[in-house]
Design a protein around this ligand. Structure first.
Ligand SMILES: [Zn+2]
Length: 134
């Protein structure tokens, strides 16, 4: 079941997060997951808005890993860790990815979290690039 919020986006209900281990939700409020329509050449697959408990995701093929990634930012936020991030374009894609994750500990933490709970071709490829430099 899906509800529509006032911005016209679809709001996923709590059930959409139930594939994550229940232990992760101990003592916290479920975040709200909002679906945003995919636009051409979109440069992000999701984001977490600090202080709101709202995770926005674009429903692409890697939506599970995006939810896991943004959920980790939600947990970071609950723990008082600042979760702003900065993606520098202009370099090659691989350089930009390397810069993004290696200079921002909260992003690396979220990447490792999504890899643990929702491994897919994308986070697998990124981690191989970042860690093994393959
Ligand atoms: Zn992130």
């Amino acid at each position: 079941m899906r509800a529509i919020n006032n911005r016209g986006n679809k709001t996923m209900l709590c059930a959409d997060l139930n594939w994550l281990p229940h232990s992760l939700f101990k003592g916290i409020t479920y975040p709200t997951v909002v679906l945003e329509e995919e636009e051409k050449e979109q440069s992000y697959s999701g984001y977490y808005t600090p202080g709101t408990g709202i995770i926005t995701v674009v429903p692409t093929s890697t939506v599970a890993s995006t939810i896991a990634h943004e959920f980790r930012h939600y947990l970071q936020d609950l723990n008082g860790i600042c979760v702003g991030s900065n993606f520098q374009e202009g370099n090659s894609y691989e350089e930009a990815i390397r810069e993004y994750f290696l200079t921002q500990p909260t992003e690396m933490d979220a990447l490792l979290f999504e890899f643990s709970y929702a491994k897919d071709w994308c986070n697998d490829w990124w981690l191989r690039k970042l860690v093994l430099n393959q």
